[in-house]
Design a protein around this ligand. Structure first.
Ligand code: ADP
Ligand code: MG
Length: 262
Protein backbone atom coordinates (compact mmCIF):
# COMPACT_ATOMS: atom_id res chain seq x y z
CA UNK A 1 0.00 0.00 0.00
CA UNK A 2 2.73 2.40 1.09
CA UNK A 3 4.80 1.84 -2.05
CA UNK A 4 1.65 2.19 -4.19
CA UNK A 5 0.97 5.53 -2.49
CA UNK A 6 4.50 6.71 -3.09
CA UNK A 7 4.27 5.69 -6.72
CA UNK A 8 1.01 7.55 -7.26
CA UNK A 9 2.37 10.59 -5.43
CA UNK A 10 5.42 10.64 -7.66
CA UNK A 11 3.21 10.34 -10.74
CA UNK A 12 0.85 13.00 -9.47
CA UNK A 13 3.75 15.38 -8.91
CA UNK A 14 4.99 14.68 -12.39
CA UNK A 15 1.58 15.29 -13.97
CA UNK A 16 0.96 18.49 -12.02
CA UNK A 17 4.33 19.75 -13.14
CA UNK A 18 3.63 18.82 -16.76
CA UNK A 19 0.27 20.59 -16.53
CA UNK A 20 2.00 23.65 -15.05
CA UNK A 21 0.04 23.71 -11.83
CA UNK A 22 2.77 24.66 -9.35
CA UNK A 23 0.46 25.64 -6.50
CA UNK A 24 -1.47 22.37 -6.69
CA UNK A 25 1.86 20.57 -6.74
CA UNK A 26 3.02 22.39 -3.63
CA UNK A 27 -0.23 22.20 -1.69
CA UNK A 28 -1.86 18.91 -2.68
CA UNK A 29 -0.63 16.80 0.23
CA UNK A 30 -1.32 19.45 2.84
CA UNK A 31 -4.83 20.11 1.51
CA UNK A 32 -5.49 16.37 1.24
CA UNK A 33 -4.76 15.90 4.91
CA UNK A 34 -6.81 18.99 5.89
CA UNK A 35 -9.75 17.68 3.84
CA UNK A 36 -9.57 14.20 5.26
CA UNK A 37 -9.46 15.68 8.77
CA UNK A 38 -12.46 17.95 8.03
CA UNK A 39 -14.41 15.24 6.19
CA UNK A 40 -14.43 17.19 2.94
CA UNK A 41 -15.23 15.01 -0.09
CA UNK A 42 -13.14 14.61 -3.23
CA UNK A 43 -14.85 17.36 -5.16
CA UNK A 44 -14.43 19.73 -2.23
CA UNK A 45 -10.75 18.85 -2.14
CA UNK A 46 -10.36 19.50 -5.86
CA UNK A 47 -12.22 22.79 -5.54
CA UNK A 48 -9.88 23.99 -2.78
CA UNK A 49 -6.83 23.14 -4.84
CA UNK A 50 -8.20 24.87 -7.95
CA UNK A 51 -9.00 27.98 -5.95
CA UNK A 52 -5.46 28.14 -4.59
CA UNK A 53 -3.98 27.68 -8.06
CA UNK A 54 -6.17 30.42 -9.50
CA UNK A 55 -5.31 32.90 -6.73
CA UNK A 56 -1.60 32.22 -7.15
CA UNK A 57 -1.80 32.40 -10.92
CA UNK A 58 -3.43 35.83 -10.72
CA UNK A 59 -0.74 36.94 -8.28
CA UNK A 60 2.04 35.70 -10.54
CA UNK A 61 0.62 37.39 -13.61
CA UNK A 62 0.20 40.69 -11.74
CA UNK A 63 3.84 40.42 -10.69
CA UNK A 64 4.83 39.79 -14.31
CA UNK A 65 2.82 42.79 -15.49
CA UNK A 66 4.36 45.03 -12.81
CA UNK A 67 7.85 43.94 -13.83
CA UNK A 68 7.13 44.42 -17.53
CA UNK A 69 5.77 47.93 -16.89
CA UNK A 70 9.21 49.08 -15.69
CA UNK A 71 8.00 51.75 -13.32
CA UNK A 72 10.87 53.86 -11.99
CA UNK A 73 9.49 53.67 -8.46
CA UNK A 74 6.63 52.07 -6.58
CA UNK A 75 4.25 54.96 -5.92
CA UNK A 76 0.58 54.82 -5.00
CA UNK A 77 -2.03 57.44 -4.28
CA UNK A 78 -1.91 56.42 -0.60
CA UNK A 79 1.52 58.05 -0.45
CA UNK A 80 0.29 61.18 -2.22
CA UNK A 81 -0.45 64.27 -0.17
CA UNK A 82 -3.23 66.06 -2.05
CA UNK A 83 -3.17 69.00 0.36
CA UNK A 84 0.30 69.82 -1.00
CA UNK A 85 -1.12 70.07 -4.53
CA UNK A 86 -4.66 71.43 -4.18
CA UNK A 87 -5.02 72.28 -7.88
CA UNK A 88 -5.10 68.57 -8.75
CA UNK A 89 -8.58 67.20 -9.25
CA UNK A 90 -8.67 64.49 -6.61
CA UNK A 91 -12.15 63.27 -7.54
CA UNK A 92 -11.12 62.79 -11.16
CA UNK A 93 -7.91 60.99 -10.16
CA UNK A 94 -9.87 58.58 -7.92
CA UNK A 95 -12.25 57.94 -10.79
CA UNK A 96 -9.36 57.34 -13.21
CA UNK A 97 -7.87 54.89 -10.75
CA UNK A 98 -10.80 52.58 -11.49
CA UNK A 99 -9.45 52.18 -15.02
CA UNK A 100 -12.56 52.73 -17.12
CA UNK A 101 -10.66 55.30 -19.20
CA UNK A 102 -8.61 52.37 -20.52
CA UNK A 103 -11.68 50.69 -22.00
CA UNK A 104 -12.55 54.02 -23.60
CA UNK A 105 -8.94 54.39 -24.88
CA UNK A 106 -8.75 57.86 -23.38
CA UNK A 107 -5.70 60.01 -22.84
CA UNK A 108 -4.52 61.55 -19.56
CA UNK A 109 -2.23 64.57 -19.64
CA UNK A 110 -0.51 65.67 -16.43
CA UNK A 111 0.87 69.18 -16.67
CA UNK A 112 2.94 70.99 -14.07
CA UNK A 113 6.32 72.25 -12.99
CA UNK A 114 9.07 69.83 -11.98
CA UNK A 115 8.53 68.16 -8.61
CA UNK A 116 4.76 68.59 -8.54
CA UNK A 117 4.03 64.85 -8.50
CA UNK A 118 3.26 64.16 -12.17
CA UNK A 119 5.44 61.04 -12.41
CA UNK A 120 4.09 59.92 -9.03
CA UNK A 121 0.48 60.09 -10.21
CA UNK A 122 1.21 58.55 -13.61
CA UNK A 123 2.94 55.66 -11.83
CA UNK A 124 0.08 55.25 -9.35
CA UNK A 125 -2.42 55.08 -12.22
CA UNK A 126 -0.20 52.58 -14.05
CA UNK A 127 0.19 50.40 -10.97
CA UNK A 128 -3.54 50.33 -10.40
CA UNK A 129 -4.04 49.35 -14.05
CA UNK A 130 -1.54 46.46 -13.69
CA UNK A 131 -3.50 45.21 -10.70
CA UNK A 132 -6.63 45.30 -12.84
CA UNK A 133 -5.04 43.00 -15.39
CA UNK A 134 -3.97 45.67 -17.90
CA UNK A 135 -0.67 45.63 -19.74
CA UNK A 136 1.16 48.85 -18.97
CA UNK A 137 4.54 50.19 -20.08
CA UNK A 138 6.22 53.21 -18.55
CA UNK A 139 8.65 55.11 -20.78
CA UNK A 140 10.56 58.28 -20.26
CA UNK A 141 10.06 60.07 -23.56
CA UNK A 142 13.82 60.44 -24.06
CA UNK A 143 14.28 56.70 -23.54
CA UNK A 144 11.50 55.86 -25.98
CA UNK A 145 12.82 58.25 -28.62
CA UNK A 146 16.32 56.75 -28.28
CA UNK A 147 14.90 53.25 -28.66
CA UNK A 148 12.88 54.32 -31.69
CA UNK A 149 15.91 55.92 -33.36
CA UNK A 150 18.07 52.87 -32.65
CA UNK A 151 15.39 50.53 -33.97
CA UNK A 152 15.12 52.64 -37.10
CA UNK A 153 18.85 52.45 -37.71
CA UNK A 154 18.79 48.69 -37.21
CA UNK A 155 15.71 48.26 -39.40
CA UNK A 156 13.77 46.98 -36.39
CA UNK A 157 11.24 49.79 -36.27
CA UNK A 158 8.28 47.67 -37.33
CA UNK A 159 9.09 45.13 -34.65
CA UNK A 160 9.35 47.79 -31.95
CA UNK A 161 6.12 49.43 -33.08
CA UNK A 162 4.38 46.08 -32.93
CA UNK A 163 5.64 45.62 -29.38
CA UNK A 164 4.46 49.10 -28.45
CA UNK A 165 1.03 48.28 -29.80
CA UNK A 166 0.46 45.45 -27.35
CA UNK A 167 0.24 47.64 -24.23
CA UNK A 168 -3.17 48.73 -22.97
CA UNK A 169 -1.63 51.82 -21.38
CA UNK A 170 1.47 53.64 -22.61
CA UNK A 171 2.93 56.09 -20.13
CA UNK A 172 5.08 58.77 -21.77
CA UNK A 173 6.86 60.53 -18.96
CA UNK A 174 8.52 63.93 -19.28
CA UNK A 175 7.53 65.08 -22.69
CA UNK A 176 9.43 68.28 -23.14
CA UNK A 177 12.54 68.05 -20.99
CA UNK A 178 14.82 67.52 -23.93
CA UNK A 179 13.96 68.88 -27.34
CA UNK A 180 13.80 65.87 -29.63
CA UNK A 181 15.45 65.88 -33.05
CA UNK A 182 13.28 66.18 -36.14
CA UNK A 183 13.45 62.44 -36.78
CA UNK A 184 12.88 61.72 -33.08
CA UNK A 185 9.84 64.01 -33.01
CA UNK A 186 8.39 62.31 -36.08
CA UNK A 187 8.92 58.84 -34.63
CA UNK A 188 7.28 59.93 -31.40
CA UNK A 189 4.38 61.40 -33.31
CA UNK A 190 4.01 58.11 -35.12
CA UNK A 191 3.74 56.22 -31.81
CA UNK A 192 1.13 58.68 -30.55
CA UNK A 193 -0.82 58.49 -33.81
CA UNK A 194 -0.81 54.72 -33.78
CA UNK A 195 -1.92 54.66 -30.16
CA UNK A 196 -4.74 57.08 -30.91
CA UNK A 197 -8.07 55.36 -30.18
CA UNK A 198 -6.34 51.97 -29.84
CA UNK A 199 -4.54 52.40 -26.55
CA UNK A 200 -4.66 54.68 -23.56
CA UNK A 201 -1.79 57.10 -23.25
CA UNK A 202 -0.71 58.94 -20.11
CA UNK A 203 1.57 61.89 -20.82
CA UNK A 204 3.39 63.96 -18.22
CA UNK A 205 4.90 67.28 -19.19
CA UNK A 206 6.27 70.44 -17.66
CA UNK A 207 5.37 72.44 -20.74
CA UNK A 208 2.15 74.31 -21.35
CA UNK A 209 0.64 73.38 -24.72
CA UNK A 210 1.82 76.65 -26.28
CA UNK A 211 5.43 75.54 -25.86
CA UNK A 212 5.13 72.05 -27.33
CA UNK A 213 6.35 73.34 -30.67
CA UNK A 214 9.77 73.90 -29.06
CA UNK A 215 10.02 70.17 -28.32
CA UNK A 216 8.44 68.76 -31.40
CA UNK A 217 10.12 71.22 -33.72
CA UNK A 218 7.34 71.99 -36.13
CA UNK A 219 3.97 73.64 -35.73
CA UNK A 220 2.37 71.18 -38.11
CA UNK A 221 3.55 68.22 -36.02
CA UNK A 222 2.64 69.89 -32.73
CA UNK A 223 -0.84 70.64 -34.04
CA UNK A 224 -1.26 67.03 -35.14
CA UNK A 225 0.03 65.63 -31.81
CA UNK A 226 -2.18 67.94 -29.76
CA UNK A 227 -5.14 67.11 -31.95
CA UNK A 228 -4.74 63.42 -31.21
CA UNK A 229 -3.83 63.73 -27.57
CA UNK A 230 -6.45 66.23 -26.56
CA UNK A 231 -9.32 64.43 -28.21
CA UNK A 232 -11.02 62.35 -25.46
CA UNK A 233 -8.57 63.51 -22.89
CA UNK A 234 -8.41 64.22 -19.15
CA UNK A 235 -6.15 67.10 -18.23
CA UNK A 236 -4.73 67.21 -14.72
CA UNK A 237 -2.86 70.35 -13.86
CA UNK A 238 -0.56 70.74 -10.88
CA UNK A 239 -0.03 74.44 -10.36
CA UNK A 240 1.43 74.27 -6.85
CA UNK A 241 5.07 74.46 -5.82
CA UNK A 242 7.54 71.61 -6.11
CA UNK A 243 6.96 68.97 -3.44
CA UNK A 244 10.68 68.27 -3.29
CA UNK A 245 11.40 71.92 -2.48
CA UNK A 246 8.59 72.09 0.07
CA UNK A 247 9.80 68.89 1.66
CA UNK A 248 13.39 70.12 1.85
CA UNK A 249 12.16 73.39 3.37
CA UNK A 250 10.08 71.55 5.98
CA UNK A 251 13.08 69.47 6.94
CA UNK A 252 15.22 72.57 7.34
CA UNK A 253 12.57 74.26 9.48
CA UNK A 254 12.08 71.20 11.67
CA UNK A 255 15.56 69.81 12.26
CA UNK A 256 15.64 66.16 13.34
CA UNK A 257 15.04 65.77 17.06
CA UNK A 258 18.26 65.06 18.97
CA UNK A 259 18.53 61.46 20.08
CA UNK A 260 17.71 60.94 23.78
CA UNK A 261 20.81 60.09 25.82
CA UNK A 262 21.37 56.36 26.10
P1 ADP B 1 7.38 65.48 -11.29
O1 ADP B 1 7.24 64.24 -12.12
O2 ADP B 1 6.19 66.39 -11.37
O3 ADP B 1 8.67 66.21 -11.55
P2 ADP B 1 7.59 63.62 -9.12
O4 ADP B 1 6.33 62.84 -9.25
O5 ADP B 1 8.84 62.97 -9.61
O6 ADP B 1 7.43 65.06 -9.76
O7 ADP B 1 7.76 64.04 -7.59
C1 ADP B 1 9.04 64.26 -6.99
C2 ADP B 1 9.11 63.52 -5.65
O8 ADP B 1 8.19 64.10 -4.72
C3 ADP B 1 8.70 62.06 -5.77
O9 ADP B 1 9.44 61.30 -4.85
C4 ADP B 1 7.23 62.07 -5.38
O10 ADP B 1 6.84 60.84 -4.84
C5 ADP B 1 7.18 63.17 -4.35
N1 ADP B 1 5.92 63.92 -4.38
C6 ADP B 1 5.56 64.88 -5.25
N2 ADP B 1 4.36 65.40 -4.92
C7 ADP B 1 3.95 64.74 -3.84
C8 ADP B 1 2.78 64.84 -3.00
N3 ADP B 1 1.81 65.74 -3.25
N4 ADP B 1 2.68 63.98 -1.96
C9 ADP B 1 3.68 63.10 -1.69
N5 ADP B 1 4.81 62.97 -2.42
C10 ADP B 1 4.95 63.78 -3.47
MG1 MG C 1 8.56 63.52 -13.51
Amino acid sequence: MKSQQTKSTVLLHHHLKALRLPTMLRECEKIASVCSHDNIDHLGFLLKLCELELIDREKRSTERRLKAAQFPQHKTLDDFDFSAQPSLNRVLISELLRGEYIDRREVIILIGNPGTGKTHIATALGLAACHQGRRVRFYRVTELVTQLMEAREERQLLKLKKQLGKWDVLILDELGYVPTSKVGAELLFDVISTAYERQSVIVTTNLPFEQWTEVLGSERLTGAVLDRLTHRCHILEATGPSYRLQDAQRRREQPAKPKPPE
